[in-house]
Structures are given as C-alpha cells and as structure tokens.
Design a protein around this ligand. Structure first.
Ligand SMILES: *Cc1c(COP(=O)(O)O)cnc(C)c1O
Length: 508
C-alpha cells in the first residue's frame, strides 16, 4: 500500500477535518442579527465574565464541517450494513415524510388533548397493530429503546410478584448467548443473574434450564430467534416449565424481524417482550435515533404497566396519567420517562406497517431469512458456520475456525471491510462462539448487493489464507484515523477539548 502525502492531509474525499472549536475564527458569524437596541443587562446582579466560548464561523464553513463529519460514518444510506442483531434495514423515505407532517412533528405533549386527537389516534392505532402482531393484550409505548423496554418489562414482572407476595423471587435466568443488556437489566433492578448454558448446536439447554428453576426464580430472559440466529425450538416447553415454576417469561424481541407476521409471541407463552421499532419497523437507528422500544405485556402483567396510556372512549382519545384512574393501568409501577414516548418513531413505524400490510410484513420475515441463508450458503465453503444446522434464521453466524493459523483475526477482517466500503459485521458476539462474525443482511438488500458483499468477504478470507497477515494488521487504509486503539478509547476516553489558550483570551 503506497501512501500519497498531500499538502492538506486530505485523501480525495477523505477530508482531514479539525474540530469546530479549532476552526474558530473570531468575528465570523453564520447569521445576521440586528444590533441590540440596548446594552442594558437583564441578569440582575449576575455579570457575565466573558464570552460564551462558541466558535465564530461563517455559514459555509459550518455546512462543510458537518457534511464532512457525516461522511466519516458508515451509514445504511451509503452501503449494506451487516451488523448482526441490529437489523439495519433501509429507512423508507415515505416514513420520513409522514413524520415531518406538522400535525405530528410540531406538537407538544402538554397541548390540550382536544388539539392532538389525530396524534393520539396514531399512537392508539400503532398500539393496536403491535398487540395484533404479537397476540398480546397490552402494550407500553413509552420505553425509548430496547434496553429501556427490558427495564420496563422486568419492572412490571417485579411489581406483579411483589403484589402476589412473591418478592422473595430474586434470581433471573439468562442464556449465555444473551445480549449484554439482558443480564445488565436484571442486575440493575437488583436481581441475581444465573446463566443457562447453550447446547452444542446453539440452543438453550432445556435440561440445564429445568435444573435451575426453583421457588426463588423470578423470570427467564430469553431471545427468540436467539443471538446465534436460531429459532428456539423448545420455546413452548420452556414457557410451560417456567410458568409451572411460578416465574415469568421475558422475551427479548430484538430479533422479531425474522418472525414478524408469521409467529405471534403470545402464542408461544411469552409474558413480556420489547419490540425495537428501530430494528423491525425500520425507524432510524443509533446516530439517527432516538430509538423506541415498546413492550407488549400478557394479561397477568398488564395492570402493572407504566403510565401514561392513551385511552379511547366516547369522548375521543385522551392520555391517562394517574395509576388506576381514567383507564390507566391499575397497579402501574410508575413512569419510565417524561411524557408518552418517541412520537416521531411511532409515526415512522406505523407508516412502515401500513405500507407493507399483513402480507407485506409476512414477506419481510421470509425475505430477511432467505437473504441470511443466501449469505450463509455462499460463504460456508470459505468460512465456518458456528452451528451447521443446515439453515439459519435472519442472520448468519460464523466462527473463526477458517482463519486458524493464518495470523488474521475476526477483528482484522472487520477492519479490512471498512476499506471495502462496508460497515463491519457484529464481531465477538455472541460470546459463546469463538471469534464470532454475525452477519444480518435484512430483507432490504438486493441480490446484486448481497453478491458484491459475498464476493468481498470471499476475497478477504482468501487473502487471509494466502499469508498476508501483515497487510491485514495495517487495515483500514482508507479511513481518516486508520486503526484506533479501541481499548484505550474505552478505558481512557478524552471527552473534553482543551483549548491551547484559555477561551476568554482566545476570543480577544
Ligand atoms: C439491539 C438489541 C438489544 C437492545 O436494544 P437497544 O434498542 O439497542 O437498547 C437487546 N437485545 C438484542 C438481542 C439486541 O439485538
């Protein structure tokens, strides 16, 4: 790889961009404000000691700065984003258009309900379809993400058990392959987390689970399809034994995309499940956030749901904000966040559902599973599927056996993918698989895109096997900062920019 030195430090479209504060050019301003008519201070006895320290920049500089920054991230709008478990599907522009309608975008949660009837109806309609798709009688819409939904579901379980005089149930069973948020949620509420081992073929070990059940178990937190990309075939039996032991069944529904429209979690015996609208229902994810993690609840848990709740009666729609009053959940455990949830996400998710219809959502699950199986089938002669059960659900999981003795690791492959213009797959998760590579293409990728991705992966693996470990250690070559010290960044993050000269002086 030959590096071409440039005067600017830029490499083509890869711009060497300074922090906005480092670009400060005092005296410049992006807007024309009229001269103040008075210089009288209205701060009482408080006197400002200096400037506020905002950088002075003209409008084009600001535009360029943020546009350049936006180019430094991989994005679903630029390429396939195969991050397993995250369901990075296309965010349809129709959804964006709906979310920007003034009747949804320019309202305030404290407005009189008579002026927001349409918005409340939309929330109620979304709730209806989430309950229908999951065969569950209730849904709490306020959680702001999947992890927040887990907290919601587990708090409802906790409240229900306290009410039954079973507050002594302090143990929560979580499979070894679970997403880290599951044990973290249980621990955050004060439960003890007890890990259930996986079988050699990537499922929950039913015998081990049965052996762990007892009068002190509050719940099981199980992901289905699981994080190994497999449907938990014993799920009905799992629900049965968990209920028999007097515990609740929390299902992590982050992987709902694989079964939406085809399997209803309520039919499987689930008591609570979060749905990531930003995964299954195509609302923007991560930096495009906020997310939204509604939780569907069984009849046993519904009375403990959080407030607020949208209620519909002869007088129209309203928001019930006090537990046990006006149709709010009778024994609500309280509020999870201010107001009623992420309105913009609700609009996008409903637009997605309505534009697909029941048959379209059924097709979503089918195509997501087909695409993942296509990737697995076309890569399994060069990479090793972690569990060769024949087929996977909506994501293909490989381990690093194929890289043995090459000197190239899963991390090196991920870094080389950045040079190829793809966001890396999920790596080293689930923890039960050595050097895991978890690839989720989603249903929104075309065969041509999948073929390009597969060709790229095959060429990287072949390169690894041809003794080019040294080259891999240098990747990525086409990134502004090349290979970062990720451990250092996590352990000793530098979160604050310190100017060379104190701001007050710099502003003079
Ligand atoms: C994404 C995910 C979560 C957490 O959801 P967030 O919205 O990121 O908080 C939990 N479990 C699984 C399996 C996930 O993929």
């Amino acid at each position: 790889m030959t590096e071409v030195a440039t005067f600017t430090g830029n490499r083509g479209l890869d711009i060497e961009e300074k922090l906005i504060f480092e670009q400060d050019s005092p005296g410049h301003c992006g807007v024309d404000l009229p001269e103040p008519t008075t210089d009288e201070l209205r701060l009482g006895g408080v006197k400002p000691r200096g400037g506020v320290g905002l950088p002075g920049l003209a409008e084009p500089t600001v535009m360029r700065h943020y546009t350049r920054l936006s180019r430094m991230n991989m994005a679903i709008d630029t390429a396939l984003y195969p991050l397993g478990s995250c369901t990075m599907k296309h965010n349809p522009r129709l959804n964006e258009r709906m979310a920007r309608l003034p009747g949804f975008a320019d309202i305030h949660p404290l407005q009189p309900v008579a002026t927001v009837q349409g918005a409340l109806e939309l929330i109620d309609t979304l709730a209806h379809w989430l309950k229908t798709l999951t065969a569950m009688p209730a849904v709490a819409l306020s959680p702001a993400a999947g992890a927040h939904g887990e907290l919601c579901g587990m708090m409802a379980i906790h409240a229900a058990q306290e009410a039954r005089g079973e507050g002594h149930r302090r143990r929560v069973l979580v499979p070894e392959s679970a997403h880290g948020t599951n044990p973290a949620t249980a621990a955050a509420i004060g439960y003890t987390v007890d890990a259930i081992p996986a079988t050699a073929d990537g499922h929950v070990d039913l015998a081990a689970l049965k052996a762990k059940l007892g009068p002190d178990v509050a719940a099981i937190m199980l992901t289905n399809p699981n994080t190994c990309g497999l449907f938990e075939r014993d799920i009905v039996e799992i629900a049965r034994v968990v209920h028999e032991a007097g515990a609740f069944f929390y299902c992590d529904g982050a992987n709902f995309n694989a079964i939406v429209g085809r399997v209803r979690p309520g039919d499987l015996g689930v008591d609570a499940m979060h749905i990531n609208l930003h995964k299954t229902f195509s609302t923007p994810h991560g930096g495009g956030g906020p997310g939204s993690g509604p939780v569907v609840l069984s009849a046993a848990l519904a009375p403990y749901a959080p407030i607020s709740a949208v209620v519909h009666d002869a007088n129209g729609f309203r928001v019930a904000e006090h537990k046990g009053r006006d149709g709010a959940p009778e024994h609500s455990f309280g509020r999870l966040k201010a107001f009623h949830g992420q309105m913009g996400m609700f609009v996008r998710a409903l637009a997605y559902m309505m534009s697909h219809g029941a048959d379209g959502l059924w097709q979503v699950a089918s195509d997501a599973v087909l695409n993942a199986n296509y990737v697995q089938a076309r890569l399994k002669d060069v990479l090793t599927p972690a569990f060769d059960n024949g087929y996977c659900m909506h994501e293909a999981l490989f381990d690093d056996r194929a890289l043995k003795d090459t000197g190239v690791t899963t991390l090196d492959i991920a870094k080389a993918m950045i040079d190829e213009g793809f966001h890396p797959m999920t790596m080293y998760f689930p923890l039960v698989v050595h050097g895991a590579m978890l690839i989720e293409p989603t249903e929104t990728e075309s065969k041509a895109t999948l073929d390009q991705f597969i060709g790229m992966m095959r060429s990287l693996v072949e390169k690894a096997k041809s003794g080019q470990a040294e080259w891999f250690k240098g990747a990525p070559y086409h990134a502004p900062r090349r290979r970062l010290d990720e451990t250092g960044a996590a352990r000793k993050p530098v979160l604050r920019w310190t100017p060379d000269a104190p701001l007050a002086q710099a502003a003079e």
